[in-house]
Design a protein. Structure first.
Length: 359
């Protein structure tokens, strides 16, 4: 039923009644959340090379133009973030830049790495040394790839986007819903606290949105690892000229997410891409990673609101704004000794992490 599910051996038990129930959800069925959380992060775009060519994405560069961020630039970004009081280094970048990009491959070799994941490991070390907790979203990952970096990440993620077979992912280099679900499952098997989500408005229908949320719920029920589900409206740019989803559609998907997902899973909406004020009564409880210092490199036309703006949003809604870490409290026990050690350390970064936890 879900494209690629067989190929990646993903079996889900999504029944029609559950789909119908999700389709019947209305924003009036949902209560507003009692608080809003966010994480302070810096964005580290490790490479603009990508094996896919999603038609909504302006992030990736074609072979020949793609760049790889050198270690000293990674260090400069994360140090700036730590100085600005951030707790998270967000590594999100092109998906598996394979040997389609020989220049990237050659550069990695020169720096002593045989894969982007090997280099990501070095980048995570740099972030930890600077006093930030890594959250990596390298797109789809095999078990071997994820295992290589899991112990240096506080959490990881990949957007499911949608379980539908959409044209936006078409062509010879298409994201496969089955492969993305397999990535989410792998995270569960490895005990990695995880972020996923839906990209809304890329050609999927209402039924697809319901199935996507139910698929995430089922994997979470198996492993208990999903921390948050992002409901992200596709945002127009020079490669994608269609308008994003209408407010009413966003309200309904957010409400559907809130009803379908169990209460411990946050529903996150990015405040630079969506009109969060008009979505709060539909169950949004998290604003994701917000950066005081770096751009959203994936959506560079949509600047991050200042923290003051987030405070104003929470105040208007009459709820507290709470800073959080990239790992939620209920998953602290899952962390590797290295990440746990960073949080418990008797240094400035450790003190900062712990003060966010005790807020
Ligand atoms: O700035 C962004 N942060 C994105 N984030 C990061 C997110 O805002 C936070 O870093 C997480 O909430 C972790 O704290 C993602 C994280 C994922 O695991 C998966 C997808 C995304 C997508 C984005 C994004 O488009 N832009
Ligand atoms: C990291 C995440 O960024 C999202 N992403 C990529 N392009 C866009 C866009 N134009 N608008 C909104 N989100 C986008 C995808 O969901 C990807 O998984
Ligand atoms: S959205 Fe991610 S996978 Fe798709 S083209 Fe952009 S960088 Fe690649």
């Amino acid at each position: 039923m879900i494209p690629g599910a067989d190929a990646y051996d993903v079996t889900l038990d999504i029944d029609e009644t559950a789909v119908d129930r999700a389709l019947a959800v209305d924003p009036s069925d949902v209560d507003a959340a009692p608080e809003l959380s966010f994480a302070r992060n810096v964005f580290v775009p490790l490479t603009t090379a990508c094996r896919y060519t999603c038609t909504y994405c302006t992030y990736y560069d074609p072979p020949g133009q793609a760049s790889l961020l050198p270690p000293d630039e990674v260090r400069a970004i994360v140090e700036r973030g730590a100085d600005a009081g951030c707790t998270e280094a967000l590594f999100t970048f092109g998906d598996d830049p394979d040997d389609r990009y020989t220049a990237v491959h050659d550069q990695l070799r020169e720096w002593g790495h045989d894969s982007i994941h090997s280099y990501l490991r070095e980048a995570c070390e740099i972030a930890l040394d600077a006093g930030l907790l890594p959250h990596s979203n390298p797109g789809d990952q095999t078990r071997e790839q994820m295992e290589l970096v899991a112990d240096l990440n506080a959490s990881m993620g990949v957007m499911l986007e949608t379980t539908a077979d959409v044209q936006a992912h078409g062509g010879p280099r298409a994201k496969s819903p089955g492969q993305r679900l397999a990535t989410i499952r792998t995270a569960g098997e490895l005990g990695v606290p995880f972020t996923t989500g839906l990209l809304v408005g890329i050609g999927e229908g209402w039924r697809d949105r319901a199935v996507s949320l139910l698929a995430i719920r089922e994997l979470h029920e198996r492993y208990d690892h999903v921390q948050e589900v992002i409901v992200q409206p596709v945002s127009p740019n020079e490669r994608w000229s269609e308008p994003g989803p209408a407010l009413e559609a966003m309200r309904r998907v957010v409400a559907m997410a809130r009803v379908v997902l169990p209460p411990e899973v946050s529903v996150q909406v990015p405040p630079n891409l969506a009109p969060v004020r008009d979505l709060l009564d539909c169950g949004v409880d998290d604003l994701g990673g917000v950066s005081p210092v770096t751009d959203d490199h994936i959506n560079p036309d949509y600047a991050w609101p200042a923290l003051r703006e987030l405070e104003a949003i929470a105040e208007e809604a009459g709820v507290p704004l709470r800073e959080r870490l990239p790992v939620y409290e209920r998953h602290l026990d899952w962390l590797s000794p290295r990440i746990r050690g960073a949080i418990d350390a008797d240094d400035a970064a450790g003190a900062r992490y712990r003060s966010v936890l005790s807020d």
